[in-house]
Design a protein around this ligand. Structure first.
Ligand code: ADP
Length: 242
């Protein structure tokens, strides 16, 4: 929202593993209702940053804020309750559960009273990603791309404020990619959620992002409008290699 605090802000984040500096003094923010694309070469710290934002790792320096409140050092389960969810490079689904049952998993810790509307939402979300015909199939029988759509739908069940996605398009059929991009943009428009998306598929990310950030060697090399970011010399030299 114009003028308000950003939804998510990273301020001076640093992280090292023994001798290796993985992330150095990273600051940027994710606005409300926005898609932010995070690019950079292998080893530039993208996954480490996602792990810090959702509480899997603690930063050595810096502060994370969600809606203005510090969340630095809080556990992933607490952050999930505050509205931060995540998808993974290899889609994580419960293979022996049906597609529909997969969407109930995030609801298991809710009070029974709340579950009726939540179950309707689960059914709506399955239709939203185009898997309604597969509701009763066990997840292991779905294709890799369908499992990715299922994982995506599951992240939305609890109405997150921000979804972190790690390489959502890697190895998926173009048709699934199109569906995923459409679902992401519609989730922003209809539910007001934001996304922070790591991907090597730069043209796709440029097309779907409101803003982009490029990391090189753990530091922010450029950030801003997608077309501006990919035109910067530091980004071309440090990542795109043209
Ligand atoms: P990217 O996601 O951009 O490929 P990563 O965040 O995975 O980059 O890695 C950034 C740097 O941190 C790399 O040099 C990587 O080897 C190092 N690194 C990441 N995780 C660990 C870890 N758990 N232990 C040691 N080094 C790590």
């Amino acid at each position: 929202a114009a003028g308000g605090a950003p939804l998510l802000s990273l301020d001076g984040i640093g992280k090292r593993f023994r001798g290796v500096i993985a992330v150095r003094d990273v600051s940027f923010s994710v606005p409300d209702r926005a898609v932010v694309g995070l690019i950079g070469p292998n080893g530039s710290g993208k996954t480490t940053l996602l792990n810090i934002v959702n509480g899997v790792l603690s930063p050595d320096q810096g502060e994370i804020r969600l809606g203005g409140a510090a969340t630095t050092g809080r556990r992933p389960s607490d952050l999930a309750a505050l509205g931060i969810t995540r998808t993974f490079q290899a889609a994580r689904v419960f293979r022996t559960l049906t597609a529909m049952q997969n969407l109930f998993v995030p609801l298991l810790h809710q009070r029974a009273l709340d579950r009726g509307p939540a179950r309707r939402r689960a059914a709506d979300l399955l239709a939203f990603v185009g898997l309604e015909r597969h509701a009763d199939r066990v997840a292991s029988e779905l294709s890799g791309g369908q499992q990715r759509l299922l994982e995506f739908a599951r992240t939305l069940v609890t109405r997150p404020r921000i979804v972190l996605m790690d390489e959502p398009f890697a190895g998926v059929h173009p048709q699934i990619k199109t569906t995923l991009v459409r679902c992401i943009r519609e989730t922003v428009a209809q539910e007001g959620a934001s996304f922070l998306i790591v991907s090597h598929e730069v043209p796709d990310l440029v097309a779907m992002s409101d803003q982009m950030v490029c990391l090189v060697e753990g530091a922010v090399a450029a950030r801003g409008l997608p077309a501006e970011v990919i035109a910067q010399e530091k980004v071309i030299d440090g990542y795109l290699g043209r």
